[in-house]
Ligand binder design. Structure first.
Ligand code: GDP
Length: 197
């Protein structure tokens, strides 16, 4: 699935412009600079498919990528950008919230968390929004190559404990690196098996 044809489909700024809900969708959320673009590029094997959040004009859109006409990746706007005082839910447009709460074909949201920083209040807010809407999500640690293995183990444990306190059950955390490719296969396998059901 991830080896085949993958292309940018469209960027969306209104609910009316969403593509028809006819394919399984997997969304990617996280704070700006978490490594979201790098991860999407690594997942799809395309060098510059997803552009970084620094790219003007791309930051407020929901960007859809089509994988071989079988599933879609949805790059959500990065949250918590610059203003630490603004909550994730506030800094997101109504569109992103509406999308997360009401998209019938949204199969899973990947919440990306920088391995060096761990979970932030904005990530917890996102988890609460998804738990309230009964949308499944997967925690993904990024840039795991940037920390030592002992530190990584501690981080994985801490994040695991935090999701263990959530009302609903969630899958194990996946630790990834877009540099070394660690965890990328596990991420692909997770999506492939969900899309098949
Ligand atoms: P985005 O804003 O979430 O889309 O983040 P980007 O993908 O643009 O990444 C932000 C910065 O982190 C860039 O300088 C990337 O090169 C760097 N980066 C992203 N992923 C990794 C990773 O897995 N390992 C390392 N070492 N750096 C990364």
């Amino acid at each position: 699935l991830f080896r085949g044809d993958c292309q940018f489909m469209l960027g969306v700024t209104t609910m009316a412009a969403l593509p028809p809900p006819d394919l399984p969708e997997f969304a990617f959320a996280g704070r700006s600079n978490v490594g979201k673009s790098s991860l999407i590029n690594r997942l799809t094997g395309r060098k510059a498919l997803a552009r970084t959040s620094n790219t003007p004009g791309r930051t407020r859109e929901l960007n859809f990528f089509d994988l071989g006409g079988r599933l879609r990746l949805v790059d959500l706007p990065g949250y918590g950008y610059a203003k630490a005082s603004r909550s994730a839910v506030e800094s997101w447009t109504g569109l992103t919230r509406d999308f997360l709460r009401g998209r019938p074909n949204l199969r899973r949201v990947h919440i990306l968390v920088d391995s060096r920083h761990g979970l932030k209040p904005v990530d917890e807010e996102t988890m609460s929004l998804l738990d309230e809407s009964a949308v499944p999500y997967q925690l993904v640690l990024t840039k795991i190559d940037k920390i030592k293995p002992t530190e990584a183990a501690r981080r994985i444990k801490a994040v695991g404990e935090a999701i263990g306190r959530r009302p609903a059950a969630h899958p194990d955390i996946i630790a990834t690196s877009s540099e070394t490719g660690d965890g990328i296969a596990a991420l692909r396998e997770g999506m492939t098996s969900i899309a098949a059901t």
